[in-house]
Design a protein. Structure first.
Length: 404
C-alpha cells in the first residue's frame, strides 16, 4: 500500500517493542511492528516516544505579550495576600483594553500560535475578552488568527465576559454578537459579580446563550482566596439542570483548596454527574484546585497554560510540556505513575474536556501526534524539549514556515 506518512520505529506509551504508524487521509490507518509499503513521507523515530499531540484548554490569547504595556500592579495583586485581591487584579489588568487594536493583537496571537505549533500544541481553547472596553476587538483578532492556523493548530475561540455580565450591562448582547461572528464557545466568570444572586444570573444568562448556539460553556470559577465562593457548584448544577452533560468546563476553581472536606466531596460528585472537567493552572497563582484529590475521586482534570507574559503571569512559551514540568513540582506528582497521569493531563484528558473526539494513538483515530526527543514520558518531562516532529490532521507540520 501507499500511505501519506509512515512513522517508523516509534515507542508508544505503555507498550513493549517498537512499532510503525501509517497515516492516510488524516487518519491513523495502521499500527504494527512492521508496515510494508511506501509513503509520501517517512519519519524514523529511532525508538523515541510518539504520543498524542498536546491540548491546551485555557489560554487568554488576546492578552499574550501585553505585560510590557502596563505596570506589574495587577501581577502583585493576583499573586499576593493568598489571592484575596484577585478581583482587584482583574480590575487593574483591564486597563490594557483601553489600547486594544487588531493591528497589534493579531501579530501577538500569531506569534503565540507559532510557538504552540513548534511545541506540538495542536488544540487550544482560547479566551477573548468581550466587554464595554474590549468590545469585539479580541474576538475578531482570534477568529482571524484561527482561520490562518486552520489545520495546524485548532483554536476554539471563547467569547469571555472577563469583567462580568451584571456588572457590565450590555455584555450579554456583545457575547451574542461574538457568537454570530463565529466564536465557538461561550465563556463566563461568575465569581467576579458582587453578590451570589448576580453570580447566579451570570451563570444563567451565559448558559442560555450557550444553549441557543449549541455551544460549549467555559467558565472561570471561584478564582480567589475565599472559601465561601460557590460558582463552581452553580455551574455544575446549571449543567445538570439543562441536561447539557459534558458541555461545560470549569477553570481555576482555586478556592477549592479552602473548601471544607464535606463540601469538596459534594462538589466532586456534582462534577462527575455533570460530566464536567476542571482545568487547573497552578503555575499562574499561589492557590489551585485540589488536583490529586479530584483525580482520586474519579474526576476529569487537565492542565492549561492560562497566560503568556500578561498581567497575571510573566512567562510562558505555549508549551504544554513546560506546563507539565512545572506542575510535576507544584503538585508533587513525582513518581513515575504520577508523571504518566500528568502527561494524560496535557493530552487525552484535555481533549475529552473540550470535546475533541477520538483523540488517541489508535487505528482509525485522527492523526494528531508528536515525535518527541525522548524515549519515555519521564525524560520528556525532565527536559521538556520541542518535539522533533508534529503531525496535525495527518499532515507533517512545516515548523519553519508557519503563518505570520
Amino acid at each position: 500500500m501507499a500511505y501519506d506518512l509512515i512513522i517508523r520505529k516509534a515507542q508508544l506509551r505503555g507498550k513493549k517493542g517498537l512499532v510503525d504508524i501509517a497515516i492516510e487521509k488524516g487518519v491513523i490507518a495502521k499500527i504494527a511492528a512492521k508496515i510494508a509499503g511506501r509513503a509520501g513521507k517517512v519519519i524514523d523515530a529511532g525508538g523515541r516516544l510518539v504520543t498524542e499531540s498536546y491540548v491546551n484548554t485555557h489560554l487568554h490569547l488576546c492578552k499574550v505579550y501585553t505585560l510590557a504595556l502596563q505596570d506589574t500592579k495587577a501581577l502583585s495583586a493576583y499573586h499576593g495576600e493568598s489571592m484575596g485581591a484577585a478581583m482587584t487584579a482583574i480590575e487593574l489588568a483591564a486597563r490594557v483594553k483601553d489600547k486594544y487594536n487588531e493591528k497589534w493583537i493579531v501579530p501577538n496571537v500569531l506569534k503565540a500560535l507559532a510557538h504552540a505549533a513548534r511545541n506540538g500544541n495542536t488544540h487550544i481553547r482560547a479566551f477573548a475578552d468581550v466587554d464595554s472596553k474590549a468590545k469585539l476587538i479580541g474576538v475578531k483578532s482570534l477568529i482571524k488568527a484561527r482561520d490562518m492556523f486552520k489545520g495546524i493548530v485548532d483554536v476554539q475561540v471563547v467569547a469571555f465576559p472577563q469583567d462580568g455580565v451584571v456588572r457590565e450591562p450590555g455584555t450579554a448582547d456583545l457575547i451574542r454578537q461574538a457568537m454570530d461572528l463565529g466564536a465557538d464557545v461561550v465563556g463566563g466568570i461568575p465569581w467576579i459579580e458582587y453578590t451570589n444572586a448576580d453570580s447566579q444570573k451570570h451563570v444563567d444568562e451565559m448558559a442560555k446563550i450557550a444553549q441557543a448556539y449549541d455551544a460549549d460553556l467555559s467558565m472561570l470559577v471561584d478564582d480567589a482566596g475565599d472559601p465561601g465562593l460557590r460558582t463552581l457548584e452553580m455551574l455544575a448544577l446549571k449543567t445538570i439542570e439543562t441536561g447539557r452533560i459534558g458541555r461545560s468546563l470549569a477553570h481555576h476553581a482555586r478556592a477549592m483548596c479552602m473548601y471544607p472536606e464535606p463540601y469538596f466531596r459534594k462538589v466532586a460528585a456534582l462534577l462527575r454527574k455533570a460530566g464536567m472537567g476542571v482545568v487547573s493552572d497552578p503555575h499562574t497563582g499561589p492557590l489551585h484546585a485540589r488536583v490529586k484529590e479530584l483525580l482520586a475521586e474519579g474526576n476529569l482534570v487537565c492542565l492549561g497554560q492560562d497566560d503568556i507574559a500578561d498581567a497575571y503571569y510573566p512567562f510562558g512559551q505555549n508549551s504544554m510540556l513546560e506546563v507539565a514540568f512545572l506542575n510535576v513540582h507544584l503538585l508533587w506528582m513525582t513518581t513515575f505513575p504520577e508523571m504518566e497521569k500528568i502527561y494524560d493531563m496535557i493530552t487525552t484528558a484535555p481533549a475529552k474536556a473540550i470535546n475533541v473526539k477520538n483523540f488517541a494513538v489508535k487505528e482509525g483515530a485522527p492523526a494528531h501526534l508528536v515525535v518527541l526527543d525522548a524515549p519515555t514520558v519521564y525524560e520528556a518531562l525532565w527536559y521538556h524539549r520541542e518535539p522533533l516532529h508534529v503531525i496535525s490532521h495527518g499532515k507533517l507540520v512545516d515548523l519553519k514556515n508557519l503563518p505570520a
